[in-house]
Design a protein around this ligand. Sequence first.
Ligand code: HEM
Length: 458
Amino acid sequence: MSTPIPQPPGVPFLGNIFDVNPNNTWSSLKTLAEKYGEIFQIKVLGQTIVFVAGAALAEEICDEKRFRKYVGGPIVEIRYAVHDALFTAFDNEESWGIAHRIIAPHLTTQSVAGLFDEMCDTASELIEKWKGLGNNNAVLAIDELNRLNLETTTLTFYGKKLNCLTGPDHPMLKGMEDSTSEAMKRPTRPKLLNSLIYGRKFKSATNIMRTYAAELVQYRKDNPTDRHDLLWSLMNAKDPETGKALTDSQVIDEIVSMPIGSSTAPCLIATAIHFLLKNPEIVTRAREELDTVIGDGPFTYDHLSQLNYIAGIVRESLRLSFAAPGFNIEPIPKPGDKSPVLLAGGKYQVAHNQAMIIVLAGVNRDPAVFDEPLVFRPERMMGEAFERLPAGVKKWFGNGKRECIGKNWAWQFSNIVLAKLIKEVDFEAANPNYELGQDGWFNLRPVDFHVRVQPRAV
Ligand code: HEM
């Protein structure tokens, strides 16, 4: 006998429409996870969605023999902008494998190591900019780090300096914000409203992003180089398995997808700064490590593997920021078999084609795994303590074949940037009473988190 999956009471006809705020979906899901625990469901516009918020169940539905990525809802909507690119491709689309095999070699640990200097130099540029702001400045952490991320992504993948750390916001930032917010909201609105009222905004955001990509392609054509970077492969490489290359439109799709994916990294770093401000003793210990390992000399790639405490800070920030707030799973279809799918050895059952969303705010803070789950404690993310943790609580980069293709880039970038910021900058919260609030679309960022930035005093 299975246990019914808990569901908030809802209202007649409209179901649970008021349990999820379309302007802050992930915060609503976090609240529901806190109330209902490892699994819950909602019904909206006649559709049932199951949410998994416990570590053991998350691990179970990450079993690729039984489950796969569900491409639905906002992911299908953003196909308007990027079609069958890596993040948005359906399981059966050949284009996924072709693009994956062309792109993945640029994102191995070894390939990304070659980007160390460009990542470091760009972070230094931001710190130099902050040094020029003088006393009593206050910057919006996420805005500054979004700029840094776009600048670094564009330079390391596409070989072009945008120079977007200063001056007005680069249009790509607004393009990404508008397209992802619209993709999240569209599934909750009637279709007619989407096309009549909101279609123009979606189209304009898409145009902005595709123009960013088209200009990079044109720049490369106008400025030939020996640099065999990701852009070179997107434009020239052939898939070793099928011999196929990307079409011109697919090149644009993938160029646009990368900054959208990588925009999760600044959310992580901004939230990490918040946790560090709340825990000054962690900054002291991190500085001891940085001063011992790097000292006064230049920061080099070899230092990274020695910065164990910084790595612990990055992982603990991945755990508690849920910067990528979740991902979608569905049972692998079995032709002719519509029997329900059993979870937790039959404790729960879901329909054979049930879409499920893993809510990392629940999974990453599962009290069955972590003691004092809300406490920021880098030590639990280091060495053997980290190795002992169950696989279900290490899913911040997603799962299996559809795991984040940028995870090595994101890991190196976040470690470099946090190491440099902790070593070289003194942060102070502009509002000493600030409490973390988060919002976002495809990722979660701290809301209204302003900081004062000064060169490190001691
Ligand atoms: C802290 C930073 C990041 C986090 C936490 C993160 C998280 C994730 C997660 C959870 C997924 C799985 C999504 C799903 O199953 O639907 C994913 C996929 C993806 N990410 Fe990231 N990501 C980060 C940075 C990046 C970066 C830097 C890039 C750019 C290279 C990137 C590009 C992608 C792409 C293209 C996919 C789709 C992969 C596929 O389906 O083949 N991400 N990411």
